[in-house]
Design a protein around this ligand. Structure first.
Ligand code: AMP
Length: 425
């Protein structure tokens, strides 16, 4: 009986061009990290369950891949990077001078219902800026996301921005406990406003939230002004709106970014305390990335009080966005060559030529199937190879090989030492 193995539900194989899009996106994320002064860290995929569930929020807690290792430890696959980064900052990096800027990229795991753009294993690039409570730190995180979107070649993307302190400020002042607040925010994250309002017992608070949800401005300045006067009697919420205005002011000064303020915007992760944002492209209605400020997480993990702000981009969704905008990959800069010895006896010399080409930065597929010339050339065509280097006895005696341009079908005898120059130009 033959068995046809498939990947685990919600997990994918990425092959060829698709894998290349991911690799390119990862390179761009890494370049952005470098450009903004972030240091890369590589942390384990498996972490103690206790660490991951400490402050991820109920929703993500319920969607983790949890298991016991053979030593009986409760562990889980990371559903995000922030908990691992917080672990670093509260332990080995505890005494690092602030701010600390850390970058990570890799796969994360959530037991989501699989659909296009939603997988159970997916790739994130992640940036955390720790040690500053100032609005310029928030602005930097949004600006670097903008930089990354731009360098990927995406167009028409919009930042949706809000501030968790506005909703929490209203609810806290009216005596709504934190657990209820978290539940309300989760419903609001799902845009289930009716269910969110139902959870709020205080009539005053409910009416305030309802009014907040209804605020719409033509541009971010107008929305922030409306929010400012709306929460005038709520000092903490008012402070939050002021902070949001300051962050957006800084961003507006330094970049031409399309920003929409959504006063009722909430995000699934419980640890956010301040500005939150997501970035969208018009072609798909799921966020490509998002983040926000989380000032108390490091304390929760036993570290010194450390204000922090961070963001993550979903590379699987970036790939979908690139495809929907038909962003073509940059032309291959590396030329691809097939090196084919005409006879068995010429294999050593042919391999030596292949190695010379590789050292000079030419990609070589060596003929490893022992095929006859016609078959080998047919195969090279299928593999979209630029040139075939045919190593024959007669030419080799003269220190030369036959070079065939597979696009133009032209061929010529070339001295081995001129080969690299000819292929590269
Ligand atoms: P979060 O860690 O929830 O803030 O998510 C950050 C980004 O990760 C999102 O904006 C998405 O681009 C991506 N993401 C989240 N969940 C998934 C998923 N199940 N499949 C693919 N990408 C996801």
């Amino acid at each position: 009986m033959s068995v046809s193995f498939q990947p685990v539900r919600g997990m994918r194989d990425l092959i060829g061009d698709e894998a290349q899009v991911f690799t390119t996106s990862i390179v761009k994320a890494r370049q952005t990290a470098e450009c903004y002064g972030f240091c890369e860290v590589i942390t384990p995929h498996v972490e103690p369950l206790e660490l991951l569930s400490a402050k991820s929020g109920e929703e993500i807690r319920q969607r983790m891949f949890i298991f016991k290792d053979l030593g009986g430890r409760q562990v889980a696959l990371r559903p995000e990077f922030t908990a691992s980064i917080a672990r670093l900052v509260t332990t080995v990096l505890r005494n690092e001078p602030k701010p600390v800027r850390l970058f990570s990229v890799g796969t994360v795991y959530r037991y989501d219902e699989p659909q296009k753009g939603r997988y159970r294993e997916f790739w994130q690039s992640n940036f955390e800026l720790m040690g500053s409570a100032r609005p310029e730190a928030d602005a930097e995180i949004v600006l670097l996301t903008n930089n990354l979107m731009m360098s990927l070649g995406l167009e028409g993307y919009v930042f949706k921005v809000g501030h968790i302190g506005v909703i929490r400020g209203i609810l806290s002042q009216d005596g709504v406990d934190e657990k209820t607040q978290n539940a309300v925010l989760q419903k609001m994250d799902k845009k289930d406003y009716a269910a969110a309002l139902e959870l709020v017992e205080s009539k005053k608070s409910r009416a305030m939230l309802e009014g907040l949800i209804a605020i719409k401005g033509c541009n971010w300045r107008e929305t922030v002004e409306q929010m400012q006067s709306y929460v005038a009697d709520y000092p903490s919420a008012k402070g939050a709106v002021g902070n949001l205005g300051e962050i957006l002011g800084l961003i507006g000064e330094s970049a031409d970014i399309d920003v929409k303020v959504d006063p009722a915007f909430a995000r699934g992760l419980e640890y956010y305390t301040g500005m939150i944002f997501e970035v969208y492209v018009p072609q798909i209605d799921i966020a490509l990335g998002g983040g926000g400020r989380y000032d108390r997480l490091i304390e929760t993990f036993g570290g010194d009080p450390t204000p922090a702000v961070g963001c993550a981009q979903g590379i699987d969704r970036v790939a979908i966005a690139l495809q929907s905008q038909k962003v073509s990959r940059a032309e291959k800069s590396v030329k691809k060559v097939s090196v084919i010895p005409i006879t068995e006896a010429l294999k050593p010399q042919a391999l030596r030529i292949a190695q010379q080409l590789r050292f000079a930065g030419v990609a070589v597929e060596f003929e490893v199937m022992g095929r006859k010339m016609a078959k080998a050339l047919e195969d090279a065509d299928k593999r979209r190879v630029d040139y075939a280097v045919i190593v024959g006895e007669r030419e080799l005696k003269e220190g030369a090989v036959m070079l065939k341009d597979l696009a133009s079908r032209q061929q010529s005898i070339i001295a081995v030492e001129k080969l690299v120059e000819k292929i590269k130009n």
